[in-house]
Structure formats: C-alpha cells, structure tokens
Design a protein around this ligand. Structure first.
Ligand code: SAM
Length: 291
C-alpha cells in the first residue's frame, strides 16, 4: 500500500471535506483537529495502549479515531451527524477495530455499549475532542452514569478545563469543580492553540484528564443535598457563605438557624464559598441533612 497521509493534516482534511462537499455545522461544535502531534499527546496523556478499549464522542471525519485505532485495541465512537457516516466509512476503511454508532451521546446507554463491545476485564477509557457547546452536560452525564471506565481525557475549552481542575481559593473554583472532583481526580495536561483546528474556534483549548476515583473523597449523607448546598454557596460569588445559604434556604431555615448550623460545622459564615474545601462542604452538608 502506498504511503497515505493521516486524516489529521490540513491537506488531507481539505481533500475529504471537498470530496463530500461537507459544510461544518457550527451548532454541532464541529472543529476538526488537523495536527497529528496534538493527537499523539492526547493519546499519550490518556494512557492508551494496545490493550485499551476506547469510547470516543464525536469522531467527525475520523482524525482522532484513526490515531486511536492505531494505538488501541478497539474504538467505539458515537457521532450525532448522519452526514459523517459515509465519510467515516471511507476514511477509516483501513481499520477493522473501529465501530461507529450513530447516536446523540446524551441519549446513549454507554454502560450497556461498553458491556456489549469490550472484553469483560479490558481497561476502557473515554477520549474525545468534545463539541464545546455541550462539554459540561456530556461530562456530567458520563460521571453520573458511573461508567465502568478508568479515565476520561478530553479536549475542551481552556476556561472550562481550568474550572474542572481548580483548587480552592482560586477564581476558577466553583460548583463545577466540586461536581467533577467528587467523581474524579482532574488535571489539565496541556493547552492547545487554535491553529490545531479547522475551522479555528474562537476560544483556546486544553486537554483535561479525569481519572475515576474508586470512592468519593468525602462521605456525604445525601448527594443531591450536598450538590445543592455547594451550588447555593457559589450563587453569588462576592456574597458571604451565610448570605448565600440564607437566600437558598429561606423557606426552610431562618437566619439564626443557618448561623447555628454553620457554627456546628465549625465554619465561619463570613467566609466565601470559594474558600471551602470539598471536605468542609461535605461536613456542612451533613450538618444540614442531619438537622
Ligand atoms: N473528533 C473529531 C476531531 O477531533 O477532529 C471531531 C471533533 S468536533 C470538536 C465534535 C464532534 O462531535 C463533531 O463531529 C460533531 O458532529 C459531534 N457531536 C456534536 N454533538 C454530539 C452529540 N450530542 N453526540 C455525539 N456527537 C456529537
């Protein structure tokens, strides 16, 4: 076989797009990767090897899928855009370890798909260049579904990656940080320039790696109540914790009760939400739940 260029190059991508008269749909977050070095970095950070099963979200024309097919045992990719199915069939025809599922990832039963398509004891990883318009809903769905995966390595908007991997007392720290870090250990692996994409997005991107935790790092009596309290604590970032909680619980507790519950949890009500660790939020939520 003559040497063929990878899909993730500007010239091959342009050829594929013109062959199929493909027009990008902005509403589907279609920004395709055209830099093989970036893809190799993603695969390296994801810890993919020949034993790995991979779930990909949004294969596009197959830039990342191709590299995953080369480095992993099997790739299962969910793509919402029907127009891409014949394209993928063509661009990935050399790889027999890729399966494309035409489905909205938000509607998919990914756990069932993992059981059906991968070996029972196979390490499975999620790897994706996510559509930016639904990054958070996709990640929160995959985390809530408690998928049997080891890690999730995703290209997302830089600012959102920073929020997911943030430390307390930083501008980026918020309820999204807690929601993500309750399920995973999160870190930003690298930032990626706009020039790696076609078309170029308006925002910078980062590769975020999330490693699933075996157990949550804190014990909470009621997860829903815990996440609700965390969200309430950040409702108005400049307000004190006591004021945010008083507003949120106004139909349930008066100001004095809120103050006494904060005292019981040993937390100064004049602090701001961004100064509380996850352990402090868990303790506070448990005091409220047990009230
Ligand atoms: N993986 C390709 C790459 O890196 O070049 C394309 C990435 S592009 C940022 C996002 C892809 O996700 C597009 O192919 C888009 O059609 C697809 N997509 C958008 N929303 C989706 C959804 N809800 N479920 C599955 N795929 C979706």
């Amino acid at each position: 076989m003559s040497h063929k260029k990878y899909i993730a190059t500007p010239s091959r991508t342009k050829d594929i797009l013109s062959k199929y008269h493909f027009k990008f749909k902005k509403s589907l977050g279609q920004n395709f990767l055209i830099d093989v070095n970036i893809l190799e970095n993603i695969i390296h950070h994801a810890g993919i090897d020949q034993a790995s099963g991979v779930i990909e979200i949004g294969p596009g024309i197959g830039a990342l899928t191709e590299q995953l097919a080369i480095h992993a045992d099997k790739v299962l990719a969910f793509e919402i855009d029907q127009r891409l199915l014949p394209v993928l069939k063509d661009t990935l025809s050399d790889y027999d370890n890729v399966q494309i599922i035409h489905q909205d990832i938000l509607e998919a039963n990914v756990s069932e798909a993992i059981q059906t398509h991968f070996k029972a004891d196979q390490p499975v990883h999620v790897v994706a260049n996510l559509p930016y318009y639904i990054t958070t809903p996709i990640l929160m769905k995959l985390l809530h579904d408690n998928l049997p995966v080891d890690s999730l390595t995703v290209m997302i908007q830089k600012e959102v990656a920073q929020r997911m991997a943030a430390e307390p007392n930083s501008k980026s720290y918020g309820s999204l940080t807690i929601a993500v870090q309750y399920y995973t250990e999160a870190h930003v692996a690298m930032t990626v320039p706009k020039t790696a994409f076609m078309p170029q997005p308006n925002v910078d991107s980062s590769i975020l790696k999330l490693v699933k935790r075996a157990e949550p790092p804190v014990q909470v009596d009621d997860e829903e109540a815990f996440f609700a309290l965390v969200r309430a604590s950040f409702a108005q970032r400049r307000k004190t914790l006591r004021n945010n909680l008083t507003t949120y619980y106004k139909d349930t507790y008066d100001k004095e009760t809120i103050s006494s519950l904060l005292e019981k949890a040993d937390i100064d009500g004049t602090r701001r939400g961004e100064s509380l660790s996850m352990a402090e939020f868990a303790n506070l939520a448990n005091v409220f739940t047990r009230q």
